[in-house]
Design a protein around this ligand. Structure first.
Ligand SMILES: [Zn+2]
Length: 225
């Protein structure tokens, strides 16, 4: 009888512990999967800008040196913008960006891939009202540039957005697709480059182009090779 009791206790122990250890093993495994601490970036939903200070960019890129920019490619028809043209250039009618369209015209470029112009950190990824559609903003750290420490790229009217604020992206990585801003325009990419990072989303057109760069000019001066 005594032996039977001991046997039962032992059997119970064997049955019980593997079950109770299981959640512990699982939580260890899931911790191992996430080898990178997620980067949290708050987004101001009214004025539409990332609310982090530049010092935080410094620490994020210091911890992720391989995501510093090694140069810039065009955001469509990668790497050189092949089979696309600019329907509206920077500065034309006070345009603060460039409108990139497929050579086929109309909506033939709807759903075409949009690529990150360079390595960087996604600081904003949201659907925005009133004609903007889906927006992605990426901050790029320029380690060796004589003039700029950071620049920012802005991609607007997207059909799909494939990355989130806090994601680190590579030059040429597909981050979204060309859209119509929910039918407001025929499909195109409105693309901005800025040397003043973290400004509000802005009006798209203005006589005041403080903080904005001519995208094609900037990219051509800063190719990766
Ligand atoms: Zn535009």
């Amino acid at each position: 009888m005594k032996h039977l009791l001991i046997l039962l206790v032992l059997l119970g122990t064997f049955l019980y512990f593997p079950l109770s250890f299981e959640p512990l093993f699982k939580s260890l495994e899931s911790k191992k999967d996430k080898d990178v601490t997620p980067i949290i970036i708050e987004q101001d939903t009214k004025d539409l800008f990332p609310t982090i200070p530049e010092s935080k960019y410094d620490s994020i890129f210091a911890a992720n040196l391989s995501f510093q920019s090694d140069g810039f490619d065009f955001p469509v028809g990668k790497p050189n913008g092949e089979n696309y043209f600019k329907a509206l250039k920077f500065g034309q009618r006070h345009h603060l960006g460039e409108d990139w369209n497929g050579l086929g015209g109309g909506n033939t470029d709807l759903g075409d891939p949009i690529y990150s112009t360079s390595d960087g950190l996604v600081v904003f990824s949201q659907k925005v009202c009133c004609g903007w559609g889906n927006i992605i903003r990426v901050v790029h750290r320029l380690p060796d540039h004589s003039k700029y420490k950071y620049v920012e790229s802005v991609y607007a009217h997207m059909h799909d957005k494939l990355v989130r604020a806090g994601d680190l992206v590579r030059r040429g990585q597909k981050i979204g697709t060309i859209g119509t801003a929910e039918g407001k325009y025929s499909a195109h990419l409105h693309f901005e480059m800025r040397d003043f990072v973290g400004m509000s989303l802005g009006p798209g057109y203005s006589r005041d182009n403080f903080g904005y760069l001519g995208p094609t000019k900037f990219i051509n001066l800063n190719r990766p090779y």
